[in-house]
Design a protein around this ligand. Structure first.
Ligand code: IDP
Ligand code: MG
Length: 171
């Protein structure tokens, strides 16, 4: 089934210039981007996004993390994407790896680049929606409907070939 899912490149990944790597890995998984922007995360958005964790002891530090307050001025936002593709939610979770960086497969993004801070927050490179219902909720939080392009899979899959062909036709 073709699904949409939310991906956030978190401040730790921005600080370490991992964006290209993340985008490359998700393209290799056969997924394509239908929405993208840089976001300075407000307190309200951070709280709503992580509301399922509000009673956890690490919650205040998690809010500071996603708002970019732990990684310096140049990383004080996140990059937000909507990815689309067959089974997109699970595919992104697989590329991301387990939540806990030390338990994540070393070949996954979190296994390779994640860490646990001294305050106990898992800085794990990307956010990936956990299931299709959560993906829909999160995409609604981070994106307005008109910010998401209505690409069809066949068009996206042929994008690299169809662009020059169209260009020859005088576009
Ligand atoms: P997920 O990101 O794999 O879906 P969630 O349980 O939704 O995992 O947690 C959201 C984020 O909160 C994680 O990505 C991580 O940054 C942080 N986090 C989750 N569990 C813990 C924990 O036990 N200690 C510290 N930080 C955590
Ligand atoms: Mg989650």
């Amino acid at each position: 089934m073709i699904e949409n899912t939310l991906v956030l490149i978190k401040p730790d990944a921005l600080q370490r210039n991992l964006t290209g790597h993340v985008v490359f890995r998700l393209a290799q998984a056969g997924l394509y981007i239908v929405g993208a922007k840089v976001v300075q995360v407000s307190d309200a958005l951070a709280h709503e996004h992580y509301k399922h964790l509000r009673n956890k002891p690490f919650f205040p530090e998690l809010i500071r993390y996603i708002k970019g307050e732990l990684h310096g001025k140049l990383s004080s936002g996140v990059l937000a994407f909507v990815y689309r593709g067959e089974n997109a939610v699970q595919k992104v979770r697989d590329v991301a790896g387990a939540t806990h960086p030390e338990q994540a497969d070393p070949k996954s993004l979190r296994g390779a680049y994640g860490r646990i801070t001294t305050k106990g927050v898992m800085e794990n490179v990307i956010h990936a929606s956990s299931d299709p219902a959560e993906a829909q909720r999160e995409i609604g939080l981070w994106f307005a409907p008109e910010e998401i392009v209505d690409l069809e899979p066949a068009v996206a899959g042929n994008a690299s070939r169809s662009v020059p062909r169209k260009a020859k036709g005088g576009l």
